[in-house]
Design a binder for this molecule. Structure first.
Ligand SMILES: Cc1cc2nc3c(=O)[nH]c(=O)nc-3n(C[C@H](O)[C@H](O)[C@H](O)COP(=O)(O)OP(=O)(O)OC[C@H]3O[C@@H](n4cnc5c(N)ncnc54)[C@H](O)[C@@H]3O)c2cc1C
Length: 692
């Protein structure tokens, strides 16, 4: 770092440090934050019909204001001077502070194009015609969360005089405006005594979906803080001076609500976890303010939401998410909203909760679903193929057609392919599972899918794209999918769209078992036959990747062997099977292989609720198979230790696990699908009792 003063003051630097972006921001800030306006910025201000200004009044209360004029009113005669030929609207506290030396933060914002620019300046002089400012700092800002709107001026003859009402609490009119707002402006002020340009007033834009600001009571607001430019101009000021000014605009009626008060930053509030896009929260408590009726002589056309805004939540959504999280272990009703044919054998079902919201989940996790089939509750597990940011849950189910009487058609998959329709209800527990993808991980990812094993990969690709848009940091992701033929190639178009929207950062390649002359290599598929090392070597630049595998057992085993031969370490390969885990790993990490306590060879198993005691031997298989063999019908789902549907309470004795259960288990619970009675030293025949 150089010796020249930092463009950031102590408070901004402290937050940048706390969030691990300090050095990067210092390098970036010293390049983009200037002490003058380049020509491009001077031209930008000149054509604006309005600007926002932040200042602190004589008592130190910050205020955000709007300055406007029908005709061109801003000029920049040189790179350090800005003149504003207008005065604040009647009732705006800025009018009393227009003396030489007052520090102003300015925000130029062009709503139709979402362009914006920030200035820190101080007043050189002002008179009844306007204000002359000297520029201290100037920098461009990205268009995140700005809703675009077109402005139109009202005919002069139709205007009425602004009427200002003083407030010390939020009255109903103020609350209604805040609750309907998708935009507001926040002023903050700092004087660290450094006499640097970074001290002074700031005014910032805040955007979200209507309902993103919660009115807690007649004096307090709670507001999410979304990912921004990491300058932390506003929060940096807040930690030095916990006062702020808020300005809400009624775009339809032309009223202004200007408030000043105190703020508190909630760095780790659990409420933020349920609010889509919220990195943290802050609360504003009003000290005083004004509702200025008919303040604005202009109106705006209907809003066009910024793509970033659409990825964020509202307080109503957040509350529903919190409730869904609290009901994680319960069966909840979902309505089938849409059904889509993805390939000749895969159908997608879009599910929305019949009441409340969706519990948070990670891409790659699965949903445990339940339907009454022929009078019997039937449970299965299906990976969620949508991303956490999508409005509905989507599962994509392959119809298991069956081969012969020894391998009949699948019960659940055929039932829902043939019977489940839009408007029907299906029951599900919240998604869970350990096969998950972190879009913030810098290491590139390669997702290898066989057949219906594409479902978690689609969720991961959708999530990588959504997070890439939200954070402007895309995790490089390559999907390599295998399908028997073109008819079974599911999600081809969806993945191609993702590739296009990600600018090629998320790519997809296809290996088809059978091809015909109508298909074009490089367009419809990239390899005929099985996925093999030369394809990976051709499309993956030399790098350190995380590999994800999902597909039939034979596919997974061959992909695993191929990766190991290519020198990929076992730790870099994660895998999900749609059945009992069978992938044999040639592990580099001997200590991490799963070992349960020794299994018994003979036992007496009591099913206490059924008043039944039976002799079990090791040939009888898992406790689930044993119970079924004796005519009991316990609930089950994945039969592979993942979904938790066959969990029962342990009454006496202990169990050994054949494979490691990934579903969370308490000490007194047993996952019957992968458990057998455990051996007890000195006992030839052990005793086990389960509550079933
Ligand atoms: C974590 C996880 C995620 C999953 N994600 C997906 C997904 O995204 N999409 C998807 O399509 N599937 C997924 N599955 C698989 C899914 O849960 C079901 O197993 C699958 O749909 C088959 O269910 P079914 O009721 O149609 O078949 P079942 O009736 O359970 O039959 C399954 C197989 O057993 C055979 N079989 C049935 N009865 C007999 C019998 N009496 N004797 C011999 N063989 C028999 C059938 O021929 C069939 O091949 C996932 C599984 C897990 C564990």
């Amino acid at each position: 770092m150089t010796n020249s003063p930092s463009p950031f003051h102590r408070g901004e630097q402290k937050i940048q440090q706390q969030l691990g972006v300090r050095e990067q921001m210092e390098r970036f800030g010293s390049r983009v934050i200037r002490d003058h306006m380049p020509q491009q910025h001077r031209d930008f201000y000149r054509q604006l019909p309005f600007v926002f200004a932040g200042h602190a009044d004589a008592q130190g209360w910050p205020w955000a204001s709007m300055l406007f004029n029908r005709s061109e009113f801003i000029s920049a005669p040189d790179s350090k001077t800005l003149t504003i030929d207008t005065l604040p609207v009647s009732g705006d506290p800025l009018a009393a502070s227009l003396s030489a030396g007052t520090k102003l933060g300015l925000l130029g914002i062009e709503l139709p194009t979402r362009r914006r620019n920030r200035l820190a300046a101080h007043i050189v002089e002002s008179d009844e015609a306007g204000i002359r400012l000297q520029v201290d700092q100037c920098f461009g800002n990205c268009p995140q969360y700005i809703q675009s709107r077109e402005l139109s001026w009202l005919p002069q003859a139709t205007l009425t005089e602004p009427v200002s009402t003083a407030l010390t609490v939020l009255d109903q009119r103020a609350r209604d405006l805040i609750e309907a707002s998708d935009t507001f402006f926040v002023a903050s002020y700092v004087d660290t005594g450094s006499k640097q340009a970074s001290d002074g007033a700031d005014v910032s834009h805040r955007g979200g979906r209507p309902g993103f600001v919660r009115v807690d009571n007649n004096s307090r607001l709670t507001i999410p803080d979304y990912l921004g430019n990491n300058h932390f101009n506003t929060f940096g000021n807040f930690i030095e001076n916990s006062r702020a000014g808020l300005l809400f605009l009624d775009f339809e009626s032309g009223h202004l609500l200007t408030l000043t008060g105190t703020v508190e930053i909630l760095w780790d509030s659990p409420e933020a976890q349920h609010f889509d896009g919220a990195e943290r929260l802050w609360q504003f408590t009003i000290d005083h303010g004004h509702f200025i009726e008919h303040a604005l002589p202009m109106r705006w056309s209907t809003v066009d939401y910024s793509p970033n805004t659409l990825l964020t939540g509202t307080w109503v959504d957040a509350e529903q998410t919190r409730l869904a999280e609290a009901q994680r272990q319960q069966w909840l009703a979902y309505r089938v909203k849409a059904v889509a044919q993805e390939s000749s054998v895969i159908k997608s079902f879009y599910l929305e909760p019949e009441s409340g919201g969706l519990a948070p989940f990670k891409p790659g996790q699965f949903l445990t679903v339940k339907l009454d089939i022929d009078g019997k509750n039937t449970i299965r597990t299906y990976t969620v193929s949508s991303a956490p940011s999508d409005p509905e849950l989507r599962i994509s189910v392959k119809r298991e057609l069956g081969v012969d009487e020894n391998s009949p058609q699948g019960l659940f998959s055929n039932h829902i392919h043939q019977r489940l329709q839009v408007g029907d209800t299906i029951y599900a527990k919240a998604p869970c599972g350990a096969f998950t993808f972190d879009a913030a991980e810098p290491r590139p990812a390669v997702l290898l899918a066989g057949g219906v094993g594409i479902t978690p990969m689609v969720a991961m690709a959708r999530h990588a794209l959504a997070e890439g848009l939200r954070t402007r940091q895309l995790r490089s992701t390559t999907i390599i999918a295998a399908a028997s033929n073109i008819e079974q190639r599911a999600f081809f178009t969806e993945l191609a769209d993702i590739e296009q929207q990600s600018g090629g950062g998320i790519r997809s390649f296809w290996a088809l078992g059978e091809v015909d002359s109508s298909l074009q290599l490089g367009r419809d598929y990239h390899l005929q036959g099985r996925i093999a090392a030369p394809l990976l070597q051709a499309i993956l630049p030399l790098d350190d990747y995380d590999f994800y595998l999902c597909g039939p057992a034979s596919f997974m085993q061959s992909m695993y062997a191929m990766l190991r031969e290519l020198g990929v370490s076992d730790a870099r390969i994660v895998a999900e099977e749609f059945g009992p885990a069978s992938l044999k790993r040639d592990s580099d990490r001997a200590s991490e292989t799963f070992e349960s306590v020794a299994a018994a060879s003979e036992a007496v198993v009591e099913f206490s609720d059924s008043n039944m005691e039976q002799a079990w031997t090791s040939g009888d298989g898992s406790l689930l198979e044993f119970a079924e063999a004796h005519g009991l019908t316990p609930e089950f789902g994945c039969r592979s230790g993942q979904c938790g549907a066959c969990k029962v309470a342990l009454v006496a004795g202990s169990v050994s696990y054949l494979t490691e259960p990934s579903s969370p288990l308490a000490a007194d619970e047993v996952l019957m699908c992968c458990a057998v009675p455990a051996a007890v030293a000195g006992q030839d025949v052990v005793k086990l009792a389960l509550k079933l």
